[in-house]
Design a protein around this ligand. Structure first.
Ligand code: HEM
Length: 515
């Protein structure tokens, strides 16, 4: 209840008087039946037991027991926000994806996350950060499930479970242990570029608003007339990229990244990112000294152009309903955007939808945060918590009594493969060059922080062999980088030289194109 009063300045102001009387609705059980007691269990007198026949108590506890779905096996800690994407350039010459019509607006939901640590972990821990965007386009949902770093540790999905096991807490002590993950990485030289990024201050961003996002893989864009162009996507933060030192990240408040997003979006300071793409056609691949579908590499030197912008303007009304239940999957592609042969992306096409069907259930796509705005027309049915509400008798195809069609213009692109089917590594590995380029691009201060950050973890590794191999990789990226790290973690330079020689003999195909 309020009254409107004139102010001195001749305007009016609304002044609340007393709280409006509320007619409290009756509380019910989930079956809608009113309940008579919600604070006390039904008990046999002051000294008797609580009765199983107290269905209100049993239901309340049973519902509570089932409040959590299993957390994501990686990227468990996250924060989501709603927003809008606006296309700013006509790229119909390279993709028929409908969302890229210049000026068109598409609603989005974004979830930022850390990777390794569990849902209740502090947000200052060193980790890549997830940057997953769900575009609710008029031709279905497109999920661009990326990270703040532009590259990844490994280049084949076959190694992902092993890598994650090594980074997760030990199955014996339940503690993350550098002895375990450096043992894995010491046999995985392609991780050098990602480790160099991760142990720089990019591994401890100062907020989600001040990070870039990267699709990391190449995607295949297809135009209306079937032309194929490969593309990498990057979100560039208009807030600028800002990071913390390890010391400041260690001292940061438990929830500082989540708090920042709720606070800034809440007060109307809506963060914005420009969507940039790099493109290459297959005839440009010949000049590269790396495999264009190797996600441990950036497409350095390939120009970026802006194709759109995204603003996050609303925080979810309920964390669990939107952020926790959001399910992003690289398999959620739309006409005009297809998978490339990147072996990590190929594995991800399966893994996400698979875990979500297990974790959230077969009808995960019916939940409001995941449901496409585009109508869903197919014969998939039933399963746990189905709410499709279908009233049709025809759940098969084809059926003349309920005709449906598929349109040939939405068929995926065709391509030729002339190769021996085999399980073997890619040929052009070039494992260290880009890590060196990145190292040399850092300021003196950032170089010192990177080496100090690496030394904290690598210095805990007991195996001389593992420490030496790791240092030898960083040395092959850049001599100054490797030599400084060798001093910091007590590895003799003679041992580093031996490890480099051994690497060159064991993996002659992995010699650097540029050293
Ligand atoms: C989450 C698997 C590589 C970014 C996940 C989840 C799985 C997974 C199972 C949990 C999904 C869920 O429970 O909803 C894999 C596999 C990979 C891989 C098998 C390699 C073959 C990558 C790469 C990136 C990435 C290269 C970055 C480009 C993300 C993000 C999430 C995620 C951002 C969190 C999505 C969200 O906010 O819900 N990944 N991942 N992953 N992954 Fe990966």
């Amino acid at each position: 209840v309020s009254v409107t009063l004139p102010t001195d300045a001749g305007q009016t102001m609304v002044v609340p008087t007393e709280p409006a009387p509320v007619v409290a609705p009756n509380m019910t059980r989930d079956n809608g039946a009113p309940i008579g007691a919600n604070r006390n269990s039904k008990a046999a007198g002051d000294f008797g037991p609580v009765l199983l026949e107290d269905t209100t108590l049993i239901e309340k506890l049973a519902r509570f027991d089932r409040e959590r779905v299993p957390e994501r096996v990686v990227h468990a800690r996250g924060t989501g926000a709603h927003g809008v994407f606006r296309a700013t350039a006509d790229i119909s010459d390279i993709t028929k994806a409908s969302l890229f019509a210049a000026g068109k607006e598409t609603p989005v939901f974004v979830r930022f996350s850390s990777v390794i640590h569990p849902s209740g972990s502090p947000e200052g821990l060193r980790d890549p950060r997830g940057f997953a965007t769900k575009f609710y386009t008029d031709q279905g949902n497109w999920d661009l499930v990326g990270n703040n770093l532009p590259i990844f540790f490994i280049r084949d999905a076959m190694q992902f479970p092993d890598m994650v096991h090594s980074l997760k807490p030990s199955p014996v002590t339940n503690k993350q242990d550098p002895n375990r993950f450096f043992e894995f990485f010491s046999a995985t030289p392609e991780s050098t570029n990602m480790l160099t990024h991760l142990f720089s201050n990019l591994g401890t961003p100062s907020s989600y608003r001040t990070m870039d996002g990267n699709g990391v893989h190449a995607f295949k864009l297809v135009s209306k007339d079937g032309k194929v162009t490969f593309a990498k996507f990057r979100w560039v933060s208009r807030q600028g990229v800002k990071n913390l030192t390890a010391k400041d990240a260690g001292a940061a408040q438990f929830n500082f990244m989540t708090d920042d997003l709720y606070r800034e979006v809440g007060k109307g300071n809506h963060p914005t990112w420009d969507l940039m793409i790099q493109t290459m056609t297959p005839d440009q691949f010949g000049g590269l000294n790396y495999n264009p579908f190797d996600d441990t590499k950036e497409w350095l030197g390939v120009p970026f152009r802006k194709i759109g912008e995204m603003t996050l303007d609303r925080m979810p009304s309920n964390y669990f309903e939107f952020t926790e239940q959001s399910a992003f999957a690289p398999a959620n592609l739309v006409p005009g955007i297809e998978a490339s042969p990147d072996r990590m992306l190929q594995g991800r096409l399966f893994s996400y939808s698979d875990t979500q069907r297990y974790r959230v259930g077969a009808n995960v796509m019916q939940l409001p945060v995941n449901k496409p705005l585009a109508p869903v027309v197919n014969n998939y049915q039933d399963g746990l918590l189905d709410q499709s509400g279908s009233t049709s008798n025809v759940n098969y195809f084809p059926a003349a009594s309920a005709p449906r069609q598929v349109a040939p213009e939405f068929a995926q692109s065709t391509y030729e493969v002339n190769a021996t089917v085999d399980a073997r590594p890619i040929e052009t590995t070039n494992n260290f060059e880009q890590a060196g380029i990145f190292y040399r691009s850092l300021s003196a201060r950032d170089k010192a922080d990177l080496i100090a950050n690496l030394a904290i973890d690598l210095g805990q590794v007991r195996s001389d062999r593992v420490r030496t191999m790791m240092v030898s990789y960083f040395y092959q990226a850049d001599k100054d980088y490797g030599s400084r790290l060798a001093r910091a973690v007590n590895v003799p330079m003679a041992e580093v030289a031996k490890a480099v020689a051994e690497y060159d003999t064991a993996y002659p195909q992995q010699r650097l194109a540029v050293r």
